[in-house]
Design a protein around this ligand. Structure first.
Ligand code: ASP
Length: 340
């Protein structure tokens, strides 16, 4: 993978931090009908164009650029995750690089943020951002989000706080952040835990830090893994067919996350099926389709069960995939859910 200078004619300013922008696609790189915010094509513009639109970026950092891929984030795969994490680990070892920004589609940005939060091995800031409006829309939000992300990634105040997301003036923790709107520009929130702080005119203002282990203090890394185990998310609703669970196991899922109702609940029929699957050794994580609040122990539910605690289903799936690279013992996996 090559790191290309964004502007070959621009001299490095030794008084500024050096920030690497790694672009993966998404709406921030999207193009459509001029002025319109919908029915556009994500992942069209390259990283040079994105940085060029973030007016003032060169005044706050020496910006270097890497194009990882240029896709809709619904097409991001574990292969992209591993490539991204390895690129960051490798470049973080360079003393003249101060931080990283990843531009990403917003649909799955919260999953990638959590994955990186669990695996990258650096204290240097890693910041994800994106946009809700394509680059060709009136009042596109991408350039400001990117500018603020570059400022945060270059700030010494941002070191050691885990992977962060900058969106619509907010700084969010990679573990807790979730997308909460299908179209509004203020599209991310950390629900009960709140944002970590604000970005105002290129200055971070921090208020909260997650107490959960991240980056350099986790047992996960990407050096020794080339792929992640397959995990499926099963969404429970009234009359949901429990045969879905058999199908998932038969089709090779090594773990299942249940997006349960309320506090990780599901019908007697699903419970019976999960108990019947016990001998397969496939762990089943109870999480909630509500996406806020805790999942607590409940004797009514049996099987190879793990509680997601407060993690939303898509976040629980990220941790379960990493956990399965180590063990499929439900008690050991539960300890990981308690720690991360
Ligand atoms: N579908 C787009 C994506 O996730 C949405 C966005 O970026 O806002 O790539």
């Amino acid at each position: 993978m090559t790191i290309e200078p964004i502007d070959a004619y621009r001299e490095i300013d030794p008084t500024l931090p050096t920030v690497v922008v790694l672009a993966t696609g998404g709406t921030i790189a999207g193009e459509g009908s001029i002025g319109k915010a919908t029915n556009y094509r994500p992942g069209q513009l390259d990283v040079n164009a994105l940085v060029g639109m973030a007016e003032g970026a060169h005044d706050i950092a020496n910006v270097r650029a890497v194009q990882i891929c240029n896709v809709n984030s619904d097409d991001i795969t574990a292969e992209h995750w591993i490539a991204l994490a390895r690129a960051i680990d490798e470049m973080a070892a360079e003393p003249d690089i101060d931080g990283f920004v990843i531009t990403h589609g917003t649909d799955t940005l919260d999953e990638t943020a959590y994955f990186l939060n669990l695996v990258v091995k650096t204290d240097k800031p890693v910041v994800l951002t994106g946009a809700m409006r394509p680059a060709t829309a009136t009042s596109a939000d991408g350039p400001m989000n990117l500018l603020q992300s570059i400022a945060l990634a270059g700030s010494p105040q941002a070191r050691g706080r885990g992977v962060m997301v900058v969106f619509s003036d907010g700084i969010f923790g990679g573990r807790d952040v979730r997308k909460i709107s299908t179209f509004q520009t203020d599209a991310f929130s950390a629900s009960d835990f709140g944002c970590m702080g604000y970005m105002i005119d290129g200055e971070p203002h921090f208020y909260n830090t997650s107490s959960k282990a991240h980056t350099t203090t986790t047992e996960f890394e990407v050096e020794s893994i080339d792929e992640l185990p397959k995990v499926a998310v099963a969404y429970f609703a009234i009359d949901a067919d429990p045969a879905l669970l058999d199908f998932l196991v038969e089709s090779g899922a090594r773990g299942i996350v249940i997006a349960g109702a309320g506090s990780g609940c599901y019908s007697k029929a699903w419970n019976d099926r999960i108990v019947a699957l016990k001998d397969t050794g496939v762990p089943v994580v109870r999480s909630s389709r509500i996406g806020a609040g805790m999942i607590t122990h409940d004797d009514a539910y049996q099987g190879n069960l793990v509680r997601s605690n407060d993690l939303a289903p898509q976040k629980a799936a990220v941790l379960l995939r990493l956990a399965l690279t180590r063990t499929n013992d439900p008690a050991e996996i539960q300890a990981m859910f308690d720690r991360y």
